[in-house]
Write a protein that binds this ligand. Structure first.
Ligand code: KG4
Ligand code: ZN
Length: 354
């Protein structure tokens, strides 16, 4: 089954063709980073307009590169949410129209399930269920118990900022540009992670939730305390110390989740899972605790449409179908997660009455 995946939840317009949820035939990502850079973050209205311009050329390119066409693909998977509503609607409108014209099945996919599905593309043969997934990106920091590609249970999540958001905001305070994660990762390699003792917020004993706003404020207050210009080595030390606090917290919670769930496979996905120090630290902790740690390559960690097509494949196989009444949703919606055939039936029944 050849699936066209479409992603437009934030500032990347992406399309991909994936065969049987495993083999990537093409993956095209048009980033809007340069557009949003001067504002220091994503401007939703500009993002939507850019998606409108980019989506059809990106879809065409993905089909061309895969040597497929709208006539030869079997189904479409599109990000339904969470994300920026105006941006999501662009991808959804294209997916609905194409599926309607061709009369082929399509499905709206939760972006979080898609991030996790990246691991089926990179490590499909090594995946054993259940596993623990840390989805760590600009919009999310959540831990899941993954029982199957269509069944995930939320174990914990951030109570305030996402880890990627903290990276981006700290980089902004420090005048390092946007998006900040990659820059901090690079500067931190030359810095001393113990230079500044920033706080690690672990919350109450046994909690699998996260909180990064206290750390962000601590870095901000530390920066405000400086009256002179920072030297390059000070910037590297602050970057390394901040990053270490984030990484320590994420590693502690991931390992705690694996222990509490008695699970020996941990998967890291989402943009922050590109972070060099996070990969290194969790891999090392995994080795000492007998836990296998897997992460997709960086291009599958950041937003892309191959992961959407991979996730969509499993929902389609399970019988889920989109219909023209399907709308975008902006926030993480737990009730939109676990797929059950009954919910698909309800969806179909509801459309018939309109
Ligand atoms: O998954 P993603 O592309 O988009 C969302 O769904 O949010 O993640 C983007 C986030 C940004 O906050 C970016 O700063 C962060 O991932 N990021 C990193 C690294 N590469 C990207 N954070 C830390 N270290 C990195 N190497
Ligand atoms: Zn994402």
């Amino acid at each position: 089954m050849k699936i066209l995946g479409i992603e437009s939840s934030c500032d990347e317009t992406a399309a991909a063709v994936v065969s049987d949820g495993r083999e990537i035939l093409s993956s095209v990502v048009a980033s809007q980073v340069d557009l949003h850079k001067k504002y220091g973050g994503v401007v939703p209205e500009l993002a939507s307009r850019k998606h409108v311009e980019a989506v059809l050329p990106v879809v065409d390119e993905a089909l061309d590169r895969a040597r497929e066409s709208l006539e030869t693909i079997d189904a479409i998977a599109v990000t339904q949410g969470p994300g920026l509503v105006g941006s999501l609607l662009v991808g959804l409108a294209v997916a609905k129209s194409m599926a309607y014209v061709r009369n082929i099945p399509w499905v709206g996919v939760n972006h979080i399930y898609s991030h996790v599905a990246a691991i089926y593309l990179s490590h499909g043969a090594s995946i054993r269920f259940p596993f623990v997934a840390l989805v760590v990106s600009g919009g999310h920091t959540s831990l899941f118990r993954v029982a199957s590609p269509t069944q995930m249970t939320l174990l914990g999540r951030t109570l305030d900022d996402a880890a990627g958001e903290a990276f981006d905001k700290v980089a902004k305070f420090m005048g390092l540009g946007y998006p900040g994660g990659v820059v901090i990762d690079r500067l931190a390699r030359e810095g001393n992670p113990s230079a500044v003792p920033f706080p690690r917020t672990l919350l109450e004993a046994g909690s699998l939730n996260f909180s990064f706003s206290g750390l962000k404020t601590a870095v901000l207050n530390y920066l405000k305390g400086f009256t002179a210009e920072f030297s390059v080595s000070q910037i590297r030390d602050i970057a390394a110390s901040f990053q270490e606090a984030v990484v320590d917290t994420l590693a502690a919670k991931v390992m705690r989740a694996a222990r509490q769930e008695d699970i020996t496979l941990v998967v890291l996905v989402g943009g922050v899972a590109c972070n060099t120090r996070l990969r290194e630290k969790i891999a090392r902790e995994g080795e000492t605790s007998g836990i296998t740690v897997l992460f997709p390559p960086p291009a599958l960690c950041t937003d892309n449409a191959a992961m959407v097509a991979a996730a969509g494949y499993h929902f389609l196989q399970a019988g889920q179908r989109g219909d023209l009444s399907l709308n975008a949703y902006s926030r993480f919606a737990a009730d939109k997660q676990p797929f059950s055939p009954q919910s698909a039936q309800r969806g179909r029944a509801a459309t018939k009455t309109h």
